[in-house]
Design a protein around this ligand. Structure first.
Ligand code: GDP
Ligand code: MN
Length: 337
């Protein structure tokens, strides 16, 4: 029944209570693209899916569905995490006003997306994934197969929005990342990588005698609620070594490392910059930001229906917090007149 020719799946990590929001996102992905290609959907949850969830999502999609209960070891505190120390650091973050500062489940979610989703049993059989979240919008018809595009053009990771991370969630992530890649395993550093997207050139470069500090990170990352990526990259020993190293530093719990900066730092350092793709033809919303294509044709043709922008910076690409201009600078693509 599948028509698209790639070994690929949509994947949604979701809670039963998000059924309605999930249905809305799925409906749009199906309408804009997947009713033509019929790729399967994989649903992951740390609790068993309800019959209602399964019935309504299966009814909505054009491809096959699979529902998977995440194993405990992928969604629990490792033994070496100290209850009291965790509570203390969560309290501290709450005091500092950090979003999800006191949420343990949010930490499990970020750790799971950083190190485990690609090795859950249902995902093992696929080469490609497209992450979809509940409560997102897809504004533009997509008239080609993005998975095929990724494969044919030798892409490994695709994104739509790039922005800055809250520094309080990742005080030591940068230093550990620099230690891992530049001090311990320089063989994992790609030659023509995207370091300039994440590191500030005015500050010390890796390999300098002075160790890097967190100030070397400009906080830019690819927003991971939308991702199209190659699962084999994340299953590679090099990426797993990086994840295990981060896990040993315990920052998924004592800090609140997000999967977005973790994925972003890894792909920016480990991949050739041409292996990362910005889908500038995809209109997308995840609260509280949206972005849409910039060319006239996308609208004149009726392909996209985007929110009415009252100011240029309503389109997140042009917001002062967008990291896309930095990406354009790196890749030589300048869309801003
Ligand atoms: P935000 O986008 O950073 O505000 O975080 P979300 O609340 O959207 O969570 C990110 C993704 O993980 C979404 O797809 C959620 O449905 C999912 N998610 C978050 N927490 C949990 C959880 O405790 N259990 C499950 N099964 N999914 C979760
Ligand atoms: Mn979300």
């Amino acid at each position: 029944m599948q028509i698209g020719g790639e070994n690929a799946t949509f994947v949604m990590l979701v809670r039963n209570r998000e059924l309605n929001q999930a249905l809305h996102s799925i409906r749009e992905v199906e309408d804009r693209l997947n009713k033509k290609l019929k790729y399967p959907w994989t649903f992951l949850n740390d609790e068993p899916f309800t019959e209602e969830f399964k019935t309504l999502t299966t009814g909505l999609v054009s491809g096959a569905t699979e529902y998977y209960l995440i194993e405990k070891e992928f969604w629990s505190r490792p033994d070496n995490i100290d209850d009291e120390k965790l509570e203390e650091s969560m309290n501290q973050m709450t005091e500092n006003g950090v979003i999800y500062g006191h949420s343990e489940s949010y930490r499990h979610m970020c750790r799971f997306n950083s190190g485990f989703f690609f090795r859950t049993a249902p995902m093992l059989k696929y080469d490609w994934y497209w992450r979809v979240e509940p409560d997102t919008h897809y504004y533009c018809e997509i008239d080609y197969d993005p998975f095929e595009f990724m494969r044919v053009n030798n892409k490994t990771y695709g994104f739509v929005i790039a922005l800055q991370e809250y520094e309080d969630t990742i005080p030591t992530l940068w230093q550990h990342t620099i230690d891992f890649f530049y001090n311990l395993f320089p063989q994992h550093v790609a030659e023509n990588n995207s370091f300039d997207f994440i590191g500030d050139l005015s500050l010390a470069r890796p390999g300098d005698v002075e160790p890097q500090t967190k100030t070397g990170y400009n906080l830019c990352h690819f927003w991971s609620n939308f991702e199209i990526g190659n699962l084999n990259f994340f299953r590679s020993q090099a990426y797993l070594d990086y994840f295990n190293y981060l896990e040993s530093k315990q920052g998924f719990f004592y800090e609140r490392w997000g999967d977005a900066p973790v994925h972003s730092l890894a792909v920016s350092i480990m991949l050739d910059k041409h292996q990362i793709h910005h889908f500038d033809d995809i209109g997308y919303y995840h609260p509280p930001f949206w972005r849409c294509p910039h060319d006239e044709e996308s609208y004149v043709s009726g392909r996209c229906v985007c929110p009415k922008a009252t100011a240029d910076e309503d389109n997140f690409d042009f917001s002062p917090f967008s990291c896309l201009p930095r990406w354009w600078k790196l890749t030589g693509k300048h869309h801003i007149a």
